[in-house]
Design a protein around this ligand. Structure first.
Ligand code: ATP
Ligand code: MG
Length: 392
């Protein structure tokens, strides 16, 4: 038994001792049965939020409106949620209110897929209300209840279905998949942050390409924020990837990525940078100056992106070239910016940067030795050129 489940049993026992029902539910039970790693544990209980909060020393009211309390045992969080049924759904995402219930059966009905409604009690006994064990065996993702209604209630569930394909390598049951095809345009009602979170998880999962293939073949991708072309390219990737490389590739096909997603400017610049660098080096060798300017790590990422696109890897070249760089930083120059200021007087401030850049280029390209006198002479030559071009 996974250590987190063993630890979580304390919570089940305490809730039961106080006269409530309590079970492990969701991903932890599913992944336990599949012998997969367990990252977090959800507990479902007949106890109210107040009752849960009163029974444990350390609790955080993380989503009290929706019945969720986080219980901390030795700093390890467990999400404990009261049995509930969801009220009317608004905006294709959240119920406008939830109703708490005393019935496990009612609680399990609101859950998305049969493999996610399995519950386990403190004696490791599994309770299965919707044939989830059978679907787990068949490696099948099937919506609970009427699939079309479930995706109309909450459109994010479609992306969750693809996330479970990506994570588990399962297939989506045909009626559920048909409902996804039909409900795909509803994705536009979902907050982009949620979409983004799910995409990151899909891209980082073992079976990401399988999930992407189903997104395309089901026509879901067609209605997905105009990203179909990029998703198609990703589905055909010839090398594995992570979310950073996936978004860099999407950026290649969709230069408005920054307007669609809510990533930090820094992250967006990074995607654009990798994408741009890759486009320049598909069939052209990375130059020493590029490796110096961009850094080995970014170059390796751009190289990986090109491998995804089927271009030959330049990894050996990159590693060797990086090792052989005469300098790794401008401050390693034998004649530096402060020397320029001191010895090339009188000099315009804005020329200093340009001259240092020229010195770096000359050293990295091995046109000039990284040696004081040689660089000083070259710096004087650069300054003369600047003066000439300023006079014309
Ligand atoms: P993971 O291991 O990736 O966390 P998970 O199945 O635990 O997968 P969570 O997002 O942690 O997924 O949700 C926990 C459980 O809550 C799910 O297993 C499911 O029973 C229920 N659930 C979560 N989101 C939804 C949703 N949008 N609609 C219906 N049920 C949901
Ligand atoms: Mg979970």
């Amino acid at each position: 038994m996974h250590a987190l489940l063993e630890q979580g049993k304390t919570i089940l026992h305490r809730l039961q001792a106080a006269g409530h029902e309590a079970f492990f539910v969701g991903g932890a039970v599913r992944d336990h049965l599949l012998n997969r790693p367990i990252v977090d544990v959800d507990i479902t209980t007949s106890a109210s939020v107040e009752a849960v909060a009163a029974l444990f020393e350390k609790t955080v009211l993380t989503g009290a409106r929706y019945g969720t309390v986080t219980v901390l045992l030795d700093k390890q969080p467990f999400e404990v949620t009261s049995y509930r049924t969801d009220g009317n759904y608004v905006d294709f995402r959240r119920p406008d209110h939830v109703q708490f219930t005393r019935s496990l059966t009612e609680d399990l009905k609101r859950r998305d897929f049969t493999i996610n409604q399995l519950v386990m009690d403190a004696h490791n006994k599994i309770h299965d209300h919707h044939n989830g064990l059978d679907d787990l065996q068949k490696q099948c993702i099937r919506a609970i209840g009427k699939p079309s209604a479930r995706f109309e209630e909450d459109a994010l569930r479609m992306l969750r279905a693809f996330r479970f394909v990506a994570k588990l390598g399962f297939t989506i049951e045909p009626i559920t998949l048909k409902a996804i095809t039909d409900a795909a345009p509803l994705m536009h009602h979902i907050a982009i942050e949620r979409v983004q979170d799910e995409l990151v998880r899909i891209f980082n999962a073992d079976y990401a390409r399988d999930a992407l293939k189903v997104m395309i073949s089901s026509k879901f991708a067609k209605a997905f924020f105009n990203l179909e072309e990029g998703l198609k390219s990703l589905a055909k990737a010839k090398a594995p990837f992570d979310d950073e490389l996936a978004f860099a590739l999407l950026q290649r096909h969709h230069d408005t990525l920054g307007e669609l997603f809510k990533f930090s400017q820094r992250r967006l610049n990074n995607f654009a940078n990798i994408s741009h660098l890759a486009a320049m080096t598909e069939t052209t060798l990375f130059s020493p100056l590029t490796i110096f300017n961009e850094g080995l790590e970014t170059c390796l990422k751009a190289n990986h992106l090109n491998q995804m696109l089927g271009f030959e890897s330049q990894e050996d070249h990159l590693l060797q070239c990086a090792k052989r760089l005469p300098i790794r930083h401008a401050r390693e120059l034998a004649f530096r910016g402060d020397d320029v200021l001191k010895h090339l007087k009188p000099i315009r401030k804005r020329w200093v940067g340009l001259i240092v850049k020229g010195l770096v280029e000359a050293v990295v390209n091995r046109h000039v030795e990284n040696e004081y006198e040689a660089l000083k002479t070259y710096a004087i030559h650069l300054k003369t050129n600047l003066e000439k071009s300023d006079n014309t």
